[in-house]
Design a binder for this molecule. Structure first.
Ligand code: CO
Length: 473
């Protein structure tokens, strides 16, 4: 718990420490036994460099994006990791300073540079939040609109993609929802201006053209990291963390610091039809904040929304790097909260499902946007300021099983279904775990049914705590 300098650091500080090394390894050491049916690639995204020259990023969400690939084939697991060659990364390498604004960091600029930035706001496309399949590769995503294409094997950056449309908007979510039956992806885009507009956009598979299917004008725009979909609807949960658009455009403060917590606004839920985009109702609830929707589905005429809900937006400041690296600080924890939107009732009904905290929630792919029983995520056993357990929440039994290991700090669990399996939890859960003792990370493979540990795949370095990933077979 001590550095050589004598300053106390959190046991998990390596998770918030840069990784510079890029590797490609044919076979990582495996302990335990991988299921013989498991075959495919887990891609993960997250920040991996937190300083550039003498400049430092201030927030966990700011670090330069790195992709990691674990490929299971023929009983072996290959691995590669590579920085995303975004404009933010390329300019950082060239200038040895932070060149672009991020979520919680503003680059140093001369007064003239600030004026230039106002008229030509530049984004570094540091897409460090999510990674999703696209064409024969993947897209790295963040909350500025342009995705960055990467090769799915080498992880080489193919380039920033620009949409083939004229849809205006400066902020989006990295949590796109793909709809298999409609062969389209849905997302939310926010246009800042004299008024602000939330736009529900639809992108047909195989294209880069966004069609705006619904719009909602607001005076102040909320910060929204994600949204929800069901079979027929898109649902925006609008938390009372809002910004005056001019404050953002002037860029006097880092992006997120322009947002204000206004609990008197409460939380508003806006529902739109996926087909045609017609408004299907607005609902109100008490103020809360969330990054992640756990899942959503329809129950008769009602919409059920499960959300990892924080009482307020304090968590954003909790993830500042100097805070998360401090062993005495603890992050706020979100509750597993269920909201029911019932036609004819303007108030969202709330049900607290369990005294269960959950973050980085995932559900089985084929249960996304539909009725489901199990959610997977991370939480804490209370002994630690950051996530130190993997959890599986059973919404039928209202019970939880957890996986822990000494000085182990897991990330987002990704469920992989066993081919031919029919039970919702017939498969494995994959999570990248920081082993603070070994000062390295491993991929843990759990039996999703009972959370028995099946295998560990050992990585020769630490992987900084990341956000989201995807498994493709
Ligand atoms: Co997220």
């Amino acid at each position: 718990m001590q550095t050589t300098l004598g300053a106390p650091v959190a046991a998990y500080h390596l998770g918030f420490t840069s990784l510079d090394r890029e590797l490609s390894v044919d076979a990582l050491p495996v302990s335990g036994t991988l299921p013989p049916w498991l075959s495919g690639s887990l891609l993960r995204n997250g920040p991996a460099r937190f300083e550039v020259g003498a400049d430092r990023y201030h927030h966990w969400f700011d670090g330069l994006a790195m992709l990691h690939r674990f490929t299971v084939a023929d009983g072996r697991v290959s691995y590669a990791n590579r920085f995303l060659r975004s404009p933010a990364f390329v300019e950082a390498e060239r200038l040895h300073r932070i060149a672009y604004a991020e979520f919680g960091t503003t680059p140093h600029r001369s007064p003239l540079g600030r004026v230039a930035a106002l008229f030509r706001p530049a984004t570094g496309d540091n897409a460090n939040v999510n990674v999703v399949p696209y064409a024969d590769g993947y897209l790295a995503l963040t909350e500025t609109p342009n995705p960055v294409a990467v090769d799915g094997v080498s992880l080489e950056t193919r380039g920033v993609l620009h949409y083939d449309d004229a849809v205006a908007g400066q902020i989006t979510t990295a949590h796109t929802h793909h709809d298999r039956s409609r062969r389209a992806t849905f997302n939310i885009l926010i246009e800042l201006g004299r008024t602000c507009t939330y736009k529900v956009v639809r992108i047909e598979d195989g294209t880069l053209r966004r069609t705006v299917i619904a719009e909602l004008a607001v005076d102040e725009a909320a910060y929204m990291h994600a949204f929800a979909t069901t079979a027929r609807y898109v649902i925006i949960a609008e938390y009372p963390l809002v910004v005056r658009p001019l404050d953002l455009l002037l860029q006097r403060k880092p992006f997120i610091e322009n947002y204000r917590w206004v609990p008197g606004r409460g939380t508003r839920f806006h529902v739109f039809h996926k087909d045609g985009g017609a408004a299907a109702g607005s609902f109100e609830g008490d103020a809360f904040f969330a990054f992640h929707h756990i899942n959503a589905f329809e129950e008769g005429d009602a919409i059920v929304l499960d959300i990892a809900a924080y009482d307020d937006a304090r968590i954003i400041g909790d993830f500042a790097l100097d805070r998360v690296r401090d062993p005495h600080s603890e992050v706020a924890w979100p509750a597993f909260r269920r909201f029911r939107l019932v036609p004819g009732h303007s108030a969202a009904e709330i049900e607290s499902l369990a005294p269960q905290t959950i973050e980085l929630p995932r559900v089985a792919g084929r249960h996304e946007a539909t009725a489901y029983r199990y959610a997977y995520g991370v939480d804490t056993d209370g002994s630690c300021g950051i996530y130190n357990r993997l959890v599986k929440v059973d919404l039928t039994e209202r019970s939880t099983v957890a996986w822990t290991a000494p000085r182990a700090y897991p990330g987002e669990p990704v469920f992989v279904a066993r081919p031919g399996g029919s039970d919702e939890d017939d498969g494995v859960v994959l999570s990248v775990v920081l082993d603070a003792e070994a000062a390295a990370s491993y991929l843990v493979v759990l039996d999703a049914r009972d959370f028995t540990e099946l295998a560990r795949v050992h990585v020769p370095h630490h992987i900084p705590f990341g956000f989201h990933g995807t498994f493709s077979s």
